[in-house]
Design a binder for this molecule. Structure first.
Ligand code: K8G
Length: 623
């Protein structure tokens, strides 16, 4: 495996109007838990992760300083994640005492260790300048360099971390699937098997049971191509794959280099012309002998994302080929899924996607029952404002849901794994604009202000999770963003998912929904790549005459009318999944949501947690 494939990446946010708290990861590395057996050599992380270190003994391993004994302070785009990941390749040991943690804490708390720009005005951000020369952090006086002990992958867990999945883990069982909604969770290693029944691993998705694969297109953010190739069944492994990504410059070069051993892999770079935008969209287009299938999901194409996190996906029905000579409008679904998917793909304006656009036109997508909700970067005016982001969701909710008596008391629930900067108070975006979309039900002009519950893991949730503190490497909410919006935290609720067995599998899934006050009915449900950020959902500008969207995002919206229902009943006990037809919607976490207690704190990834060890006996000390 080439070192170039060993990358995780995070996008640095440098503007108040920016993205998901996708901030510079602290340097450091993770001590691996040597009690666990070695697994694959492709232990690629999803992220450049702050370190967790053993509580005992006091020797901690830290990431080596990169060239010239210094740590770049400011990375731009996915290069940030790649640089930081590269730093994890050669950890050095140095002696320290437990009090070091306190020292680091101070450095982080006063911000001296970090140089994230927090401009309120995007137009003032000099992207080029920032990207060109990362600032350098003076070497820590306490850090004594020692010889490199052994090579380590830039994994949040280390090479020895992953435990092998049980024998039956990859047994794909199609009849187990609940077909009404076609909404599935991923399999989680370490769960009682009943909780993985009806869940899908990437190997299940690519299995011949779903179709005879000829070609595929993988849209995603983070890739381990060697690992990805292994997930395809051997008989399909050399079939052409097109990778749609947002990497630029060095990051792009590293991605392309990952594919050197795989001549069947080609690339399509999504244009990202607005600062701090990212290609978050996670979608597979699977071309079969029998037709084609679309998967819209929340997992990156790296092992850590399919291991012990809660992820979700929508799997389309098999879309068959239309008869030769069908009209251009043929094969449309009641939800206009075909038109909207073609419009989303056209927005890339990429010649590499042309063939696939033409082929989709030749297929029958009429069985799709969901609405597509995408974001593509741009500044949109007039009717184009409703094409993407939250205004697209608002339009769909306006057109395809109906007011419900008493709906002013129906809460909104938002659940996500990353948080952007939202301004000094709730009126700036959250309540003023985002909540207005989330509370739209039909065309009724009566504007209600129901409760909004935001689900985001607390420090305790992360500490006691299956992965322990390293799970926090995929929850990149930074102290710099958090401390500017303490008002937001009063909305926060815990990550609890006992009913799905996933209380200890930290969420990388993102869901938004409107639910009855007794939490038994849904007015609608959305699964998406979009976190709680303006970059993902779009923000109004110029006196509300324009909306600006930074990132590519994709999700699917379930509305009851597309299922001939008034509301979706919430499925009480989603596991084990039964093949009997239940019309209950499998909400992936426990209802009602549990509010944070006064002791609970939202997970913030770049401050230390050294008061209590995690499930692997480690603490978390960003340096
Ligand atoms: C991703 C996420 C996420 C958050 C931030 C970034 C990427 C992702 N980022 O989904 O939680 O650009 O830094 O996994 O795609």
């Amino acid at each position: 495996m080439s070192q170039d494939s060993l990358h995780g990446k995070w996008t640095v946010s440098s503007s108040d109007d920016d993205d998901d708290g996708e901030n510079l990861p602290p340097s450091g590395t993770t001590t691996s838990n040597s009690s666990q057996p070695a697994a694959s050599i492709h232990d690629l992380p999803r992220s450049a992760t702050p370190p967790s270190t053993k509580l005992e003994p006091v020797t901690v391993e830290v990431k080596p300083e990169p060239v010239a004994s210094s740590v770049p302070l400011l990375f731009i785009g996915s290069e940030a994640r790649q640089m930081a990941a590269a730093n994890q390749l050669n950890p050095v040991k140095y002696e320290t005492s437990p009090s070091l943690a306190g020292k680091h804490k101070q450095e982080v708390a006063d911000g001296s260790g970090w140089a994230l720009s927090d401009s309120d005005d995007d137009d003032k951000v000099d992207v080029k300048g920032k990207g060109a020369a990362p600032k350098r952090k003076p070497p820590s006086p306490k850090a004594k360099k020692a010889k490199v002990e052994n090579e380590r992958p830039p994994s949040p867990h280390g090479r020895l971390y992953y435990i092998d999945e049980p024998e039956d883990f990859f047994e794909t069982s199609v009849p187990c699937l609940n077909d009404i909604y076609r909404f599935y969770l991923n399999k989680v290693t370490g769960l009682d098997r009943k909780y993985n029944c009806g869940a899908l691993h990437i190997r299940d998705i690519l299995s011949p049971l779903f179709g005879t694969l000829k070609e595929s297109v993988q849209f995603n953010y983070c890739f381990d191509l060697a690992w990805m190739v292994e997930q395809y069944p051997p008989e399909f492994r050399n079939r052409p794959v097109l990778i749609v990504h947002g990497d630029k410059r060095e990051a792009k070069a590293r991605l392309v280099k990952q594919a050197q051993p795989f001549p069947h892999i080609k690339f399509c770079q999504a244009k990202l012309d607005i600062a701090f935008g990212t290609h978050h969209t996670k979608m597979m287009l699977l071309w079969y002998e029998e037709g084609f299938r679309v998967i819209i999901l929340t997992s990156n194409l790296i092992r850590a994302d399919w291991y012990q996190k809660t992820q979700g996906l929508w799997m389309s029905p098999l879309f068959p080929r239309l008869p030769e000579g069908s009209s251009a409008s043929a094969g449309e679904s009641p939800t206009f899924f075909k038109r909207d998917l073609l419009e989303y793909l056209a927005a890339y304006r990429a010649p590499e996607l042309e063939e696939c656009i033409q082929r989709i036109k030749e297929h029958d997508l009429s069985e799709a029952r969901v609405y597509l909700v995408g974001s593509t970067p741009g500044r949109y005016v007039g009717s184009d404002m409703e094409r993407w982001g939250h205004l697209r969701l608002r339009k769909l909710l306006c057109d395809h849901t109906e007011a419900i008596p008493g709906d002013e008391t129906w809460p909104v629930i938002g659940q996500f794994s990353s948080i952007g900067s939202m301004g000094l108070d709730k009126t700036k975006w959250l309540a003023g604009e985002f909540q207005r979309t989330m509370t739209t039900l039909g065309k009724s002009s009566v504007r209600s202000d129901p409760p909004m519950h935001l689900l985001y893991p607390s420090v305790e949730d992360v500490r006691t999770s299956l992965e322990g503190y390293p799970a926090g490497g995929s929850l990149p909410y930074s102290i710099q963003t958090a401390q500017k919006q303490l008002w937001l935290h009063s909305y926060f609720h815990r990550w609890k998912a006992d009913a799905t067995g996933r209380s200890h599998a930290m969420p990388h899934i993102k869901t938004f929904m409107r639910v009855s006050p007794d939490f038994t009915q849904l007015a609608w449900f959305l699964i998406t790549s979009a976190n709680l950020s303006k970059a993902a959902w779009g923000a109004l500008e110029k006196n509300n005459t324009q909306v600006m969207v930074r990132s590519y995002e994709l999700g699917v919206l379930y509305v009851p009318s597309a299922f001939s229902m008034k509301t979706f009943p919430v499925q009480k006990n989603p596991f084990p999944v039964s093949s009997s037809t239940s019309s209950g919607f499998p909400v992936p976490f426990d209802l009602p949501p549990t509010p944070y207690s006064t002791k609970d704190q939202p997970w913030i990834w770049n401050i230390p947690y050294n008061q209590a060890p995690d499930t692997h006996g480690n603490v978390w000390i960003p340096s």
